[in-house]
Design a protein around this ligand. Sequence first.
Ligand SMILES: [Fe+2]
Length: 474
Amino acid sequence: MAGDPLPDGAVIWTRVDVPQATSGVEVVWSVSRSPDFDSIVVGGLALAHPDTGCSVKVPVTGLAADRWYHYRFEALGSTSRSGRLRTAPAPGASPDRLRFAFASCQQLSSQFVAHRAIAREEGLDFLMHLGDYIYADDAATLTREQYRNAYGHWRMQPDLRELHSALPTVAMWDDGEFFNGVDATADPERLTAATLAWFDSFPTSDPGDSTAFRALSWGDLADIPMIDVRSHRDPAAEETDYTSIGTPHDPARTTLGAEQYRWLTGLLDRSSAAWRVIGNPYNIAPWKLVNLEWLRPFRPEMPAGAGIYAPNEAWDDYLRERRDLLGHLEAHNIEDTVFASGHTHMFITSELRVEDEPSRTPVSADFCTGSLTADPDLRTAYLGDLPLEAAEAVLEVAENWVVANNAPSMRHFNMVEQGYSVMELNPEELVVTHRLVDTHDPAAQPRDGARFRVRRGSARIEVLPTPGASGAFA
Ligand SMILES: [Fe+2]
């Protein structure tokens, strides 16, 4: 696997399958411009050590900027399959585009059809994987080795392996990498085990302090901070009724933690790139089930954004921190900043306004992608007593209801389908396409579900005409 494209290299990763206890295995790695490795650009020796589950992580340097290479490993007399890595454009270079897929949530009970579709997409620079890469067993995955084995288990999926050899992966965790609903108050031993196993299993640049948040750059086109919303956060708010000041409004509550918040706002302040794209494992867009603003004449003391919210474990649980972050963008005139998000298993596309106040100008936009693998089919799992057409009509009403209750910010909501999203940016505009895949059909081809454009200098989302688009739009 290759990860994190840097201007002069990338991190490459493999794991050696060792039949019995060993003190370590020597691994030869090599990087070439050609798929047949007829000339080696750089190479070397690394030690696969049992402490890391016999994984090897090589920070390859000395490569030319903005290029594709091939890499492979040799150990114990055999040669790995080769993969492709990519370097980022040099600092100060002005690339005319960046195109990447972003995705989250893969369950082993389902087919990995969407993975195959991403591997075959034209012209992608990398895959941003926003977590729920594994769903650790809440009760039985506890030790570093057990977590590592879970990654190994997932990677038996041929379509996932194919995808990893085709494209670099820029990864961040959600809660599946720990256990359902994880936060900073979790058992420290288990948090550490899961964290170390993640570093053992992904080709991320690792400063050595188990800090997962980090940033990539794409010349002067984009800065790409990848944020960790899970391991530093306060517990999720239990309540969903936000018509009075409650836990989510507590100014002390955080999903980023103070250190990461400072790091992120500092990076946004300094960034001179055309775009800032924040890899954000769970949606920052508000997701109200019922907007209760109409009550305000009778209850003027209600806090901003009054309503009943989806019990979703996301930024809605940290209203003050969200207000501070979006307020920071507004106060410091930081424009052209968007979020690429995951986690909800639903496609949600929203403009972001400070306190979600309809009269304010949007300061950012959130593109939340769906699930890579199948969920229970809402039409049959929950509405199975209805004829299919009636079930679809009910879901359409529900989607339109959610969009209406999050007006004017929410522009699109698709709660039914699965897939991934593609973001393409250039110095003038950014286009996001939600790609839908029928994960129940092993031969499924992706199709465009909805397309959106954001132009530089405005955070307004334009809905682009898309024949055959599905879900509700505003
Ligand atoms: Fe998930």
